[in-house]
Design a binder for this molecule. Structure first.
Ligand code: ZN
Length: 309
């Protein structure tokens, strides 16, 4: 799925509401006309009079129209219908379920889009962290972490106009890397960017799967990784190592994204040396390309113990 398809999916859900609301109104009207001869008669009269009054406004015409309308309403009532039941009851009164108002995305479309972006991000919206949850106390104690947070916030604010677009978070388990990745992801999702979050473990599984299916399916599986606005690879180094597969696929993904100027964030518990040993020099140079990548080192005691996370 790419961003365009996600927008389409969200819009289609709204247009489906529009279709349903309009269908219901038409069905109610047709039902009234089929069911009741009196309604058919008074409805025709009501429409003629409305037209006439519109063309030739006079107090008398208006008075007559009002009287006809009362009868029309009465016939509807007999059928257990109301005037509003003959009009589409749109879920969004701002855009009448078109998704756009005054040429801009309506709030309802924005909300739906958000839902689909989160659904496609691989993040669990219920547990994902955001900047407002970062503890001032811990940040005060840990200056490296504080620096990382300031940088992460600025990154999310300026995105996608960032000078160094790739970040690599390095540090031991529990030093706050995933927390910060989630905060950045959350911020960008709010701004309607297409973010894809994967653990290196899942990424490795996805890539293996892509090898076993048809080229078309394989493209469908891999396209989010290549096309998303931001790819987040968490915990690089914890995936099972099937050397040729992992290294060449990861290289392809990072390389494609680089060529298309699409940012990638990586977190790892491994040291520089361990990464070079594990993935080889070619991928190492791709990950740590000085021109495009900033490395942030996380140090400190295990935050998960402190925060009970
Ligand atoms: Zn709307």
């Amino acid at each position: 799925m790419n961003k365009k398809q996600i927008v389409e999916e969200a819009l289609n859900e709204i247009l489906k509401q529009k279709y349903d609301a309009e269908l219901k109104a038409t069905q109610n009207y047709n039902f009234a006309r089929e069911k009741s001869k009196e309604f058919r008669k008074i409805d025709l009269l009501f429409r003629q009079k409305t037209f006439e009054t519109g063309k030739n406004f006079s107090k008398e015409n208006q008075k007559e129209l009002n009287e006809i309308k009362q009868k029309w309403l009465l016939e509807l009532k007999k059928l257990n219908l109301t005037e509003s039941s003959l009009k589409p009851n749109y879920a969004c009164k701002i855009c009448n379920d078109t998704g756009y108002a005054n040429g801009f995305k309506c709030v309802c479309l924005k909300k739906k889009l958000q839902k689909y972006l989160i659904k496609n991000s691989g993040l669990n919206s219920a547990i994902v962290h955001n900047f407002s949850q970062s503890s001032e106390e811990i940040l005060k104690e840990n200056l490296t972490l504080q620096k990382a947070h300031t940088l992460g916030k600025a990154y999310a604010e300026k995105f996608p106009n960032i000078k160094t677009k790739n970040l690599v978070f390095m540090g031991e388990v529990g030093t706050g890397k995933t927390f910060l990745l989630e905060c950045i992801a959350n911020e960008l999702l709010k701004k309607e960017f297409y973010v894809v979050y994967v653990t290196a473990f899942n990424l490795s599984n996805t890539m293996l799967k892509a090898l076993t299916v048809s080229p078309f399916e394989s493209e469908t599986i891999l396209s989010p990784l290549l096309e998303c606005d931001l790819l987040i690879v968490d915990d690089l180094g914890t995936e099972p190592m099937m050397r040729n597969v992992s290294v060449s696929n990861l290289f392809t993904i990072l390389n494609e994204r680089e060529i298309n100027n699409k940012p990638t964030l990586i977190s790892t518990n491994l040291s520089f040396d361990a990464i070079e040993d594990r993935y080889g020099n070619r991928l190492f140079s791709r990950i740590f390309n000085k021109r495009t990548t900033k490395v942030i080192k996380f140090v400190g005691s295990d935050l998960r113990i402190k925060t009970g996370r």
